[in-house]
Design a protein around this ligand. Structure first.
Ligand code: PMP
Ligand code: GLN
Length: 381
């Protein structure tokens, strides 16, 4: 057939996981925990399964879960989304992002995104006939260049996708960034798609700037988060999307035909589990893992970049005598094969493979896994 995505192959996450397995490498590539979730959540899941929650959930999601989400967002960020009409439970954040794009984009419409970008944004835009307009973030700070954003805006701009904490760079947007964005799009119809899947993993006392905190932006935004990240259950693929009524109405029109509804038992389990507040411990949980890993690899020869949030940390290898001029993909493959630690090249997050010789490591791993990876990375010296 005439492919709509002729340039797309298997994702880098899958490829590096396969390579890690093949070479017995410690897999710090694909972002997922190598430990299990809270046993209490599993009990809640078991109970949901045994109590007959095994048929279709309501289209927008189990009401009790939507109510919990609404309460949580109100208490954390001060905005109240109406649980009945402004929240939808989705099959992962990926589906929420895809659905939002699908209801916004008409053929030829432009969507601004920041590169390095999570890999699903670009294909979702193009599958819907849209045109990705890419604004580059640069190592080592990866700060948005607001002049470049201004220049990227046009009469065809339909949406802008933002992501804080940011995958892969582990950078946070500030309140000032949100303010600047709000001013830039004030007199346009641009809709914000805010990918906040790492919202609870914020380090060193910083604050998560959810779009839900910023009324001018929230009024024109889809705010998306994922339970996969918050509760160490990436395989459940349960996430949610919040938006003002006019946007959510359109979102649900598409949602009901893209997936209709999502996995029912896990929604009941999560509705019961959410009030425990386990997500509020996530920042300190992951900050400790970040520090454990960074202390153990501080002198391994890579140049570590700051990790302000998410469960990733990146490093530059540009200064290495032997490997410094290799493409990041070649370096990541070599590190997997020869050093025994898998990572992800940041060049894979740029559509044209732009390469600043930086690779990403995931520290959502058991302490022993991080220690084993660190001791292998000492071989770089
Ligand atoms: N956005 C970002 C920035 C991510 O890192 C991920 C997953 N790693 C997703 C979206 C997708 O989340 P989900 O697994 O809930 O689809
Ligand atoms: N989001 C995860 C990452 O960045 C991977 C998810 C996936 O494999 N699609 O590593």
């Amino acid at each position: 057939i005439d492919s709509k995505l002729p340039d797309v192959g298997t994702t880098i996450f899958t490829r590096m996981s396969v390579l890690a397995q093949q070479y017995g490498a410690v897999n710090l590539g694909q972002g997922f925990p190598d430990f299990d979730c809270d046993p209490l959540l599993l009990e809640r899941m078991q109970s949901a399964l045994l109590h007959g929650h095994n048929q279709y959930a309501p289209m927008a999601g189990v009401p009790a879960l939507r109510e919990e989400i609404s309460r949580q967002i109100a208490s954390l960020y001060g905005r109240t989304y109406d649980a009945a009409t402004e929240i939808t439970i989705t099959a992962g954040a990926t589906q929420a992002i895809h659905t939002a794009i699908s209801i916004l984009v008409q053929p030829g419409d432009e969507v601004i995104l920041f590169e390095p970008a999570y890999d699903s944004y670009d294909p979702s835009i193009r599958l819907n006939g849209g045109v990705p307009v890419r604004v580059r973030l640069h190592a080592p700070d990866y700060r948005p260049d607001w002049e470049a954003v201004r220049a990227a805006l046009s009469s065809r701009t339909r949406a802008i996708i933002i992501n804080t904490p940011h995958n892969p760079t582990a950078r946070l947007w500030t309140a000032q960034d949100m303010q600047t964005l709000a001013e830039l799009i004030k007199d346009t119809n641009v809709v914000v798609i805010s990918d906040e899947v790492y919202e609870h993993m914020i380090f060193d006392g910083a604050r998560h700037e959810s779009v839900a905190r910023h009324p001018a932006l929230a009024a024109r935004a889809f705010v998306i988060s994922s339970f996969g990240k918050a509760f160490h259950v990436t395989g459940w693929k349960i996430a949610y999307c919040c938006a003002p009524l006019d946007l959510m109405r359109e979102f649900q029109k598409a949602h009901q035909f893209i997936v209709f509804c999502t996995h029912a038992p896990s929604q009941y389990a999560l509705a019961d589990y959410l009030p425990q507040g386990a997500h509020l411990q996530l920042a300190s949980f992951y900050q400790r893992k970040r520090d454990l890993f960074l202390n153990a690899v501080a002198d391994c020869g890579l140049q570590w970049l700051p990790s302000q949030g998410s469960f990733f940390v990146s490093a530059s290898f540009a200064h290495l005598e032997k490997q410094g001029d290799w493409p990041a993909l070649a370096f990541a493959e070599w590190l997997t094969r020869e050093v025994g630690v898998a990572c992800i090249p940041l060049s894979s997050f740029y559509h044209d493979g732009f390469d600043e010789k930086v690779v990403r490591f995931c520290f959502a791993k058991k302490d022993e896994t991080l220690q084993e990876a660190a001791s292998r990375l000492q071989r770089l010296k």
